[in-house]
Design a protein around this ligand. Structure first.
Ligand SMILES: [Zn+2]
Length: 234
């Protein structure tokens, strides 16, 4: 009986504390405290909350969600930081060493459904208040991150990035520009020798000039046993 009473009181105290804590968190001005109010199974704007984890070492609360319509994974890191960062990340496992993920990473930024102009990504570089804008191709994933301290700028960049990744134009000319093509060494002289040109082709030529980079790639290829798609920024 005593034990039961003690246990019941303990549970009540716990309930009372949780309710107080919850109210405090709902009213809190702290982003990481507000994120703690989410509960697994809760529906938010077409997403379902899967997990809520506080990470005190990084001063943030991580909220893992799944998009109900597509199954896309969304990780929200709520942190009291003046920068607002967003990143789209896709699995891009390379099937060979032709560099397709890296070339695609470039070509999707060459124009999209809502922004069919030439290189909207580069046009935003000097038109936004971004604190970071880039795109990366790693060994088996591609990411498109940006950050800004301005709320409106965040929405503008979000629109450009999402449209680029999910609705790219992917014009043939973009592949010639970003991938590789044969061109006369001297553009005005048709008798000059043909040479390979292309943005990604030149980027990778520049990367492989560095011996330490070449050794790093060769080592990783041997350890992993498959082609290593080079890690490059933009
Ligand atoms: Zn690149």
């Amino acid at each position: 009986m005593f034990r039961q009473t003690k246990s019941a009181l303990g549970k009540l105290r716990q309930l009372s504390f949780n309710a107080q804590q919850r109210t405090w968190r709902l009213n809190s001005s702290s982003a990481k405290e507000r994120a703690c109010q989410y509960r697994p199974g809760q529906k938010i704007h077409g997403f379902t909350v899967r997990e809520v984890v506080e990470v005190p070492d990084l001063f943030l609360t991580a909220v893992k969600l799944t998009h109900d319509a597509t199954g896309a994974q969304h990780l929200h890191a709520a942190r009291d930081d003046s920068n607002n960062l967003f990143s789209v990340q896709l699995r891009t496992t390379p099937m060979d060493s032709t560099g397709v993920p890296h070339i695609l990473e470039h070509t999707v930024l060459c124009g999209s459904k809502k922004f069919p102009c030439r290189d909207p990504f580069f046009k935003m570089l000097n038109r936004s208040l971004s604190t970071f804008m880039n795109a990366f191709t790693a060994s088996d994933y591609t990411m498109y991150p940006f950050s800004t301290q301005n709320r409106k700028d965040f929405q503008n960049l979000l629109s450009v990035y999402l449209d680029a990744v999910f609705f790219p134009c992917l014009r043939e000319q973009d592949f010639w520009q970003e991938g590789w093509r044969l061109e006369n060494e001297t553009a005005t002289d048709l008798n000059s020798p043909l040479v390979f040109k292309g943005v990604v082709f030149n980027e990778m030529k520049g990367a492989f000039v560095r011996l330490r980079y070449f050794i790093f790639i060769a080592t990783i290829e041997r350890i992993q046993g498959f082609f290593f798609c080079t890690f490059r920024q933009l």
